[in-house]
Write a protein that binds this ligand. Structure first.
Ligand code: PGA
Length: 257
């Protein structure tokens, strides 16, 4: 990895104020791993309290609406999460795509809105088990990204800082079965080639590509050693400081040894 590894915790629908002590512990530990960029995406209700206290970690959201406001009961805009202290947003997670029928066009509209609000975007992609078994994973992920990413001429100028891709095969999320390092290497190479096609030689090689799906302290080092893996999007193992920082430690070791 040429840039600082980026380790992002996705707390999903976990966490009340009782979890603030865990966020504090993650923030304190992150201060000892300055060569790793650590970030947390808690539920909306915890964005502001964590942002207020955090000294090291960035705080983000797990979604935002594609409109900038209006009659959308229960929804929240990119500007609102930025106002609460979020500096990034995860978009197009497969749980959003499944539970809320989000399509690629909607994810693209959300990304445009998030960029306009000054946020960084972690855009998720990944195939189902049936697609992988049929041999169509690479074509699926390519098409999904092409349709979910804003066009190159509408990306922010500093796109390599503001955009990040997360490859999360659906069958690896929450199952305890991470993709093999060979499969991760092959897919990350595909995604890198696509980014270079879309964004050119200046920015395409710089956009970080995270892997997500059952990353744990005990498999993290092997995953971070894969070419083109720029960090991880971590669900279950981000809920305690111990396991999350075990992953951050695995990311920092190549730099500290
Ligand atoms: P997991 O989730 O680490 O629990 O597999 C990853 C994700 O969905 O972002």
């Amino acid at each position: 990895m040429t840039r600082r590894p980026y380790i992002v915790g996705n707390w999903k629908m976990h966490g009340t104020r009782a979890m603030l002590s865990e966020a504090r512990a993650i923030d304190r530990a992150a201060q000892r791993h300055m060569k790793v960029e650590v970030a947390l995406a808690p539920p909306y209700t915890l964005i502001h309290p964590i942002h207020r206290e955090a000294e090291q970690i960035a705080v983000g959201a797990q979604d935002c609406h594609h409109a900038d406001g209006g009659a959308h009961t229960g929804d929240i805009s990119a500007a609102m999460i930025a106002d609460a202290g979020a500096s990034f947003v995860i978009l197009g997670h497969s749980e959003r795509r499944q539970d809320h029928s989000e399509g690629d066009a909607q994810v693209r509209a959300k990304a445009e809105m998030a960029f306009a609000a000054g946020l960084r975007v972690i855009l998720c992609c990944g195939e189902s088990l049936a697609t992988r078994e049929s041999g169509g994973a690479a074509a699926f992920v390519r098409a999904q990204l092409l349709a979910s990413l804003p066009p190159a001429d509408e990306m922010p100028a500093e796109v390599a800082e503001r955009l990040c891709i997360a490859y999360e095969p659906i069958w690896a999320i929450g199952t305890g079965i991470a993709a093999t390092t060979d499969d991760i290497a092959a897919m990350h190479a595909e995604i890198r080639a696509l980014l270079v096609d879309l964004l050119g030689e200046e920015h395409g090689p710089e956009v970080r590509i995270l892997y997500g799906g059952s990353v744990k302290p005990d498999n993290a080092a092997a995953i971070f050693a894969v070419p083109e893996v720029g960090g991880a999007l971590v669900g279950g193992a981000s809920l305690t400081a111990d396991s999350f920082m075990g992953i951050a430690l695995a990311a920092s070791e190549p730099f500290e040894s």
